[in-house]
Design a protein around this ligand. Structure first.
Ligand code: SF4
Length: 446
């Protein structure tokens, strides 16, 4: 009997991607054939993001694009899941006849049942609270063969006033250290060379099940139980930079000297209106503590410009802080007024053109800071991980510890003959040139 072919489109963040990987694994185990060709698929599963307007628009556009395949190709069914469904599952089923089934974040383990219903020509809804979804489980890793993300916890309790994620992903819930170490060993068995530990707030790890922050202990457990060369952590929170975590950065050679720590702003009034835990002092001392513990650490951060009520003076304070702190990497977002969040009701909403001006100011200042940081690396020897070879430019594209996948630049290794290296190889190079957010390197001479 011909197997039903399932296609997947995964939108949003790496945490959403891991839900896709779990659903892929369950469908595969149930005997379905997974195809990468949308036009070949009988049923397509669209895993959506839905935390800001831009993401919602992207999800709706994808639904309409995929629905086109139902009339113009052989697609029989469209299943929509993920964060947009967690927020608007009922509305999607009511207002979008193109959609055959909706599966919320809390119901990802009902994906096989959803496919069976759609195969039978039925409409189907699985709308469960986010906490109902068991965490972990087998997954089909879809990131390139040399790195993988590992979700150490789900949900968030921080309740930043601009953010819908706690309502989408539910309360903060840590997986046990044993469960995570088991998964890390599975990743090692797949040949993963870089393991990236993530959560909505990675630094909150453990407090709900162990009564204290245990990210440092988790990192140590993963490094002791595996020999994965690079362990990286993303999405940290400034008020939870513990001494233990700093010790790991100082002493643990396989913990990548890189931290992603969104600060969002620096003005105390704005931080209070954002309900960010810890004010300016906490942020400044967290950065100082990290740099003292590990002088070579690369710090990535994120800020929001145009938050309701942000005055010129408060924005100038942010610009001064960024100029002084010199984050190695920085992302900026224009405040997005999200329905259902407290900040959406705040007075002092800022005009879009003012938000755009402030965004441009932050990013042009940051480009200068980043170029300076990159040019300081010229002449330095660094270990890079090979990600692939570009036959046109005859270069290997790589990353050092200073570049996280999918968000930062690349290190281009020139002058090394084709077939010298494979994806995942660690190579000793010397930086020769800086180009915007990318770098050029040659093989180090010993
Ligand atoms: S820490 Fe704040 S911004 Fe991040 S997911 Fe939690 S509530 Fe949202």
């Amino acid at each position: 009997m011909k197997k039903t072919k399932i296609g997947f489109v995964s939108l949003g963040c790496c945490k959403n991607l891991m839900d896709t990987e779990v659903m892929l694994s369950e469908l595969n185990a149930a005997g379905y054939e997974i195809t990468g060709e949308e036009t070949e698929a009988d049923i397509i599963i669209l895993n959506t993001c839905g935390f800001i307007q831009e993401a919602k628009t992207e999800a709706i556009d994808n639904i309409l694009d995929i629905a086109w395949l139902k009339t113009n190709a052989k697609l029989k069914g469209l299943i929509v899941c993920g964060c947009l469904v967690q927020r608007y599952g009922e509305e999607i089923m009511k207002e979008m006849p193109e959609v055959d089934a909706v599966v919320s974040v809390g119901a990802i383990h009902d994906i096989v049942e959803a496919v069976k219903k759609v195969e039978a020509g039925e409409k189907f809804k699985a709308l469960k609270a986010p906490e109902e979804a068991a965490m972990g489980g087998d997954r089909i890793v879809t990131t390139p063969e040399h790195f993988a993300y590992l979700k150490i916890a789900e949900g968030c309790d921080n309740r930043c006033t601009y953010c819908a994620i706690p309502d989408i992903r539910g309360k903060f819930r840590s997986r046990t250290i044993e469960d995570i170490v088991e998964e890390a060993k599975n990743m090692e068995a797949l040949g993963i060379r870089e393991l990236i530990l993530v959560a909505q707030d990675t630094t909150r790890y453990g407090v709900d099940i162990y009564g204290e922050y245990k990210l440092d202990e988790l990192i140590r457990a993963v490094t002791e139980a595996t020999s994965i060369p690079w362990i990286r952590i993303l999405y940290c929170y400034p008020d939870k930079i513990t001494d233990g975590l700093c010790r790991e950065f100082r002493e643990n050679e396989r913990l990548v000297k890189y931290i992603d720590i969104p600060v969002q702003h620096i003005n105390d009034t704005i931080l209070r209106r954002m309900n960010r835990h810890g004010g300016k002092e906490v942020i400044v001392s967290a950065i100082k503590k990290l740099r003292e513990a590990c002088p070579e650490i690369v710090i990535r951060s994120t800020v929001i410009v145009g938050f309701p009520g942000e005055t010129e003076e408060q924005f100038a304070e942010l610009m001064d802080f960024l100029a002084e702190t010199k984050f190695d990497r920085l992302g900026a977002f224009e405040y997005s007024c999200e329905e259902g969040t407290p900040a959406a009701e705040f007075d002092g909403q800022i005009d879009d053109d003012v938000k755009a001006e402030r965004y441009d100011a932050v990013m042009s200042q940051q480009n200068g800071i980043m170029e300076e940081a990159n040019s300081r690396r010229i002449g330095r020897r660094e270990i890079v991980i090979v990600e692939g070879y570009d036959p046109v430019s005859e270069t290997y594209f790589c990353r050092s510890q200073s570049e996280a996948p999918e968000i930062d630049g690349k290190v281009y290794l020139t002058g090394a003959p084709k077939n010298s290296f494979s994806v995942g190889d660690m190579v000793d190079v010397t930086i020769t040139e800086a180009m915007d957010c990318d770098l050029i390197a040659v093989l180090s001479q010993f």
